[in-house]
Design a protein around this ligand. Sequence first.
Ligand code: GDP
Ligand code: MG
Length: 171
Amino acid sequence: KSGFIGIIGRPNVGKSTLLNAILGEKIAITTDKPQTTRNSIRGIYTKRNGDDDDCQMIFIDTPGIHKPRNKLGSIMTDMALNTFKEVDVVLFLVDDELSAGPGDKYIVELLKNIETPVFLIINKIDKLDPEKYRRIYEEYNELGVFDEIIGASALSGKNVDALLAKLKSRL
Ligand code: GDP
Ligand code: MG
C-alpha cells in the first residue's frame, strides 16, 4: 500500500511537529513563529517487513493558508487546493474551536469543495481539558465534512499510531 497525505492547518497548530512525530526525525522545521514552512516539505514514512502490513506514505506539509489578501496569497491558496486534490487523504489540524477565529472557517470552506477524504486532527490534547476537547469535537462533527475525527498530541506522540493505522486503511 502507498499513498500521499497532505497536512494542513493554521500556522502554529502543530503540522511540522506531527510530521516529525510520524517520521521520527527532524525534517520539517518547527517554531513559534508562523509560516516557517514556506514550501511543501515532503517526508516519506516506510514500513517494510515483507508482510501485508507494508506501506509507504508520502507526507506534504503545506504552508499555513489564510484568506488571500493579495496576488501572492491567492497563488499560495491555489497551490494548497491543488495539493488537496492530488493527495489520497488530507489531515486538517486544529487546536481550538471553530468559532475561535476566522482562520479555520476559511480552510473548512475550502475543504467542503474537495472529494478527497479529510481527517480532522484535534491536536495538543495534552493541554486541552476534556470539556474543551468535547466542545471542539462537537462543533466540527456537526459540519459533517470529516471522514474521521481524531484527538492527538503531536508533541507527546499520543494517538499518532492510531492515526497512522486509520491512514493506512484508506490507502
Ligand atoms: P506548524 O506551524 O503548524 O507547523 O506548527 P509547529 O509544528 O511549528 O508547532 C508550533 C508550536 O506548537 C511549537 O512550539 C510546538 O512545540 C507546539 N506544539 C505542536 N504540537 C503540540 C502538541 O501536541 N502539544 C503541545 N502542547 N504543543 C504542541
Ligand atoms: Mg510548520
